[in-house]
Design a protein around this ligand. Structure first.
Ligand SMILES: [Zn+2]
Length: 250
């Protein structure tokens, strides 16, 4: 079996038998990899906490037929601050879940890896509004995955906005002529907030927070759009939406 070295971000880990775990890792050069870490649940495991979700690691692995096998793991970044806060973990879990859904196994996607690394760094910096960082991340991930939501021009004909209708199935905001029956009314501030999150640097996305009503409406649009195009329910959205609104310093 060929041995290979990679760096990666741990997306999740599940128990396998008495002592082992299957870890899912987004690697920089080999796409998503599912690998067995043997003996990881034993007290004196050589892996320790190195293969916990969120950890940025270098790995030495054997390529298997179905699952690879981790033989060595070293921590590059533990993202300790992220792990110490419930709000940051919740925001981070949205990132991991979304990435797990779009990443292909053994298919190199460096831009996706860099996006996730930037997202986790953004959270680890302790933003005021962690949910905003996660939501900005989801918008960028959608664009990267070919589902770029149109938030300015009409998704149907390209007519310049602002537009007052939104339809996930049509690809974003739509003009009155293009709006189909499932399009819903949206307010200009909610569209503007999503548009800002889409263009903002991840590092800055958590520095501002919108009015509660604007956020609620923008969330409904974004979550609906993401689930429609990723073709999955996103379990982490429910928790993310329940985060209390941050209190901004005057
Ligand atoms: Zn139109």
């Amino acid at each position: 079996m060929p041995l290979y070295k990679e760096q990666g971000l741990v997306l999740r880990s599940v128990k396998l038998g008495e002592a082992d775990k299957i870890v899912t890792i987004l690697t920089q050069g080999s796409g998503k990899v599912r690998a067995v870490a043997k003996g990881i649940r034993k007290t004196h495991s050589k892996f320790g906490a190195r293969l916990e979700p969120f950890t940025h690691v270098t790995l030495l692995m054997y390529r298997g037929r179905n699952l690879d096998i981790v033989t060595q793991a070293e921590i590059i970044t533990p993202f300790q601050r992220l792990r110490a806060s419930f709000d940051l973990i919740t925001a981070g879990e949205t990132m991991l879940e979304a990435v797990d859904k779009v990443a292909e196994e053994h298919e190199r996607n460096v831009r996706l890896f860099m996006l996730l690394l930037a997202g986790l760094r953004g959270l680890d910096a302790g933003p005021v509004d962690a949910a905003a960082v996660a939501e900005s991340f989801v918008l960028k991930l959608l664009s990267l995955s070919g589902f770029h939501p149109s938030l300015a021009g009409c998704a149907g004909c390209g007519a310049p906005g602002p537009h007052q209708w939104f339809a996930a199935g049509q690809g974003g905001v739509v003009c009155p002529d293009c709006a189909e029956s499932d399009a819903g009314r949206v307010s200009a501030p909610a569209v503007a907030w999503l548009d800002a999150l889409q263009h903002m640097d991840l590092a800055g996305a958590g520095d501002m927070t919108p009015a509660r009503e604007v956020r609620r409406e923008a969330r409904a649009m974004l979550y609906g759009f993401a689930e429609y195009h990723l073709d999955r329910r996103m379990r982490s959205f429910a928790l993310l939406a329940r985060q209390p609104d941050p209190v901004l310093a005057p």
